[in-house]
Design a protein around this ligand. Sequence first.
Ligand SMILES: Nc1ncnc2c1ncn2[C@@H]1O[C@H](COP(=O)(O)OP(=O)(O)OP(=O)(O)O)[C@@H](O)[C@H]1O
Length: 334
Amino acid sequence: MSGPPLLQIRNLETSFPLPHGMLRAVNDVTIELNRGEILGLVGESGSGKSILGFSVMNQLVAPGRITGGSIKFDGQELTNLSQRQMRELRGKRIAMIFQDPMMTLNPVLRIDVQMVEAIQAHARVSHAEALARARDALAMVGIPSPEERLRSYPHQFSGGMRQRVAIAIALLNEPDLIIADEPTTALDVTIQAQILSEILRLSRERNIALIWISHDLSVVSRLADRVAVMYGGRIVEAGEVREVIHAPRHPYTRGLIESLPGGAKRGERLRQISGTPPNMLFPPPGCAFSPRCPLRQGLCSEIAPDVSNEDSHQFRCHYPLGTGISKGSAHEPA
Ligand SMILES: Nc1ncnc2c1ncn2[C@@H]1O[C@H](COP(=O)(O)OP(=O)(O)OP(=O)(O)O)[C@@H](O)[C@H]1O
């Protein structure tokens, strides 16, 4: 891919100063994303996925703040932009879609009013032109009779349709990057699949880069070009989807794969990763996954592993799978 990456996150650290100490929700995260590329960000609840998304949007809830590192979007450093400068970018060049579409929608305003406002906040266009764009955006995400539906209020849509409206709003100003935070999790499986394929199509057609946040590796593996696995605030493994799924290096990633339907070896039952995610206020010393890791050795609970690189595949593990170093290599899924 030519040109500099659209998004360059370097050694990002986002923290919450709390009464009992500093909670480091995002810790030393480095990610790059090219134009039109789809990155899946997966991990269990509390691993830091949403906070990473909010850090890019500069929409952290107090007392959360970025305490280190850099976020460059199209070459521009975002961590030191004013709220006004950031508002200009948000909704125009970077948009976010949430699990609950009501995070985007105002319950007491008609959809046309909200969509026209979202367009006119960033572009000098007439009301009629903005309305036409709004109608096209609704049609684009598969809302039938868009002309009529523009005059509805959010509560007059089903859950799936409401999420489509939120997606249409995200697309209104033709952003370069959309951060989607579990947007289909609350929907039933059929609607989920429809919305997934719509977003995939739109991203490809319009060359929109996408960060798709999910706890579900199977969704991410269908959608994304690359995947980053988060655990305890850090990216513990990242690479091309196929590479990470077929040859995971981190035992946590392997655990996620084995807990997927179809992820276990033939004849084996699905396995859950035993234990619970770390308390982020008092993380364990060394590798945060070590207390749950079936393959841990002495070093693991003492020193946090650095990033290792194998071409575009990165991982943080002292004893990576499949490299001959790990005790677990022989048991790797085929
Ligand atoms: N407002 C807040 N105040 C204090 N801590 C917070 C706040 N928001 C998030 N955290 C902490 O930051 C860490 C990361 O949370 P985050 O919401 O990013 O996780 P997540 O991976 O998105 O989980 P989920 O899938 O449940 O949304 C967690 O330990 C969480 O408790």
